[in-house]
Design a protein around this ligand. Structure first.
Ligand SMILES: [Zn+2]
Length: 136
């Protein structure tokens, strides 16, 4: 099984896809801010939530459809399938561990697909809002 992409090209691609402040995150933050919700970015918690509400203990993650294996958009590239499958499986395993750790520490964990932000941002905002309200 040969590796088509050079290590350099792959790391460039990965850092591009994985970079912080990806668009869906920014859109969600702006919308939450607009609703008067004040959050902490990249709080020092397991899994580094994209948005965290320290008081009510609500941690929000936006999962990239590709990186976290979205059932709708998580199609593996044709090249290097094995590599990608392992990579994404390890991401989803880590997602589950992060959830377990945070929930064990009394946090409510919300995970959304990036496509949910694109498709229905206000539904996502409402879900966060009600979790925060409940935690207060
Ligand atoms: Zn998706």
């Amino acid at each position: 099984m040969s590796d088509i992409m050079s290590a350099e090209a792959r790391s460039r691609l990965m850092s591009k896809i994985r970079s912080k402040n990806t668009k869906p995150e920014v859109r969600l933050r702006k919308a939450l801010w607009h609703r008067g919700l004040r959050y902490r970015l990249h709080a020092d918690l397991a899994g580094k939530p994209d948005v965290a509400f320290l008081g009510p203990k609500v941690a929000v993650f936006i999962d990239g459809c590709f990186w976290h294996g979205c059932p709708e958009h998580g199609q593996l590239p044709k090249q290097n399938r094995k590599f990608w499958r392992e990579k994404i499986n390890s991401n989803t395993t880590r997602d589950e561990q992060v959830r377990a750790m945070l929930e064990g520490a009394g946090w409510k964990v919300l995970r959304f697909w990036e496509h949910e932000i694109r498709r229905d941002l206000s539904a996502v905002v409402s879900a966060v809002e009600s979790a925060v309200a409940t935690g207060r």
